[in-house]
Ligand binder design. Structure first.
Ligand code: E4P
Length: 217
């Protein structure tokens, strides 16, 4: 399973990159706005900077909702860097746009996916990635990880090549559960990723080893 970082924050991207296990980045309009990036040129420049830090796919989301404008936006985003993947919402026009992008050699990430039916549509439209939002599903009292399992089964049975990109990750356990459920990629904020490092027995064991090492130094 690949690790993507779900942020537009350059410091966090550099920190995850330095860990050596980062495979890509996902952003969305909310994450871009959080960084205070304003205006077309600044947004395009920010995506370029991210692509220069990370050697992997970088999802950049369209902010229009009609087919013609989504296509124009997606063309401009994909021209920024070969690693840009155009993120498109799961709507009627979004499906048409993804099919257009697929037919024209532009890779897409279908976002805002909350059901297996939507994941089938994304695969049929040729999306490179499908992004089920597992944390938001959990928030409504349903089981987000179960959706990952269901999509993984359907894609395997049907031979769909779309990669399952588990999104809306809230904690480290989500990452482990998504790996077990068959996600190809997990996109996470920095804290759940770093949380994978932690176990109290590791800390206790290391303290003992350091103490004992003093005896034969
Ligand atoms: C990433 O592709 C998604 O936009 C993101 O994971 C959504 O996460 P959230 O539910 O925490 O906003």
């Amino acid at each position: 399973m690949k690790f993507f970082l779900d942020t537009a924050n350059l410091d966090q991207i550099k920190e995850a990159h330095d860990l050596g296990v980062l495979d890509g980045i996902t952003t969305n309009p909310s994450l871009m706005a959080k960084e205070g990036i304003k205006g077309h040129d600044a947004v395009m420049g920010h995506y370029k900077t991210i692509c220069e830090i990370v050697d992997g796919d970088v999802s950049a989301e369209v902010i229009s909702v009609d087919l013609a404008t989504m296509i124009e936006e997606g063309k401009a985003l994909s021209a920024i860097h070969p690693n840009i993947v155009v993120k498109v919402p799961m709507t009627r026009d979004g499906v048409k746009a993804m099919k257009w992008f697929t037919d024209n050699g532009i890779r897409t990430n279908c976002t805002l996916v909350f059901s297996a039916g939507q994941a089938i549509l994304a695969a049929k439209a040729g999306a490179a990635y499908v992004s089920p939002f597992i944390g938001r599903i959990d928030d409504t009292g349903w089981d987000g990880v179960q959706l990952i399992e269901q999509i993984a089964k359907i894609y395997s049975v049907q031979g769909f090549e779309t990669q399952i990109l588990a999104a809306s990750i809230r904690n480290s356990n989500h990452i482990v559960q998504c790996a077990e459920a068959g996600a190809n990629v997990c996109t996470t904020p920095l804290a759940p990723l770093l949380g994978l490092l932690n176990h109290p027995l590791t800390d206790i064991g290391l303290a003992k080893f350091i103490e004992d090492a003093k005896k034969f130094k």
